[in-house]
Design a protein around this ligand. Sequence first.
Ligand code: PXP
Length: 245
Amino acid sequence: MIKLGVNIDHVATIRQARRTFEPDPVTAAPLAILGGADIITAHLREDRRHIQDRDVKLLRETVFTKFNLEMSVTREIVDIARETKPEQVTLVPEKRQEVTTEGGLDVVSQKGVVADVVKRFRDDGILVSIFIDPEEDQITAAGDAGVQYIELHTGNYALARDDISLGKMIEKLQRGMEVARKMGLRVNAGHGLTYQNVGLLVESLDIEELHIGHSIVSRAVFVGIQRAVSEMKELIFRHYLARKS
Ligand code: PXP
């Protein structure tokens, strides 16, 4: 069965809008787990725009499923992550001006830096994933850097509006998955996934973990996070069964 990683950054985004104590992403985590989340993901950005250092510490102490820390490959954040010891880190690119992570990490142009960071985490016993575009050269470079997982960037799939573009995006992701599998990599996916577009993806690709944030937290504003997560989990399960049958 596909695992669901719930990204709780946007709970912190609402809190930081007032720089107050609520809503607390640390409270959101167990509720998301009660709703069926297999993984809790938080992104400690260099600019600390949503998740704060204190959140990461408390999440580490309280999440007993799998804690996945999203992060850039900068020294400060790498040091914090190694001290925190999440079960998994996902390496992502970061730009100050972006509203959210805009594209996959360019592993090709910084292979040495990435390989060095990956080695340090692997020596610590931490699983490493890299968020990348479904491009053959990036996937090969990620494999060469020594990661166990890649997370395929589904942002362009999420933006596709007609059947032809959707089909092309699915094919691209499927090709990416083949390249990754040949290298022995485990394949996750995420970004821009919603209750509307997750089904086709699940029916078309054999993904290990789906990482979803904005859509679940948006629904949670109206129905609560536990229910929002369980609705997503059920949807994924239905489409997973449809693919298997
Ligand atoms: N995966 C990665 C690597 C991300 O950076 C994000 C956004 O923080 C997500 C998944 C979740 O994306 P969304 O919030 O669009 O569901």
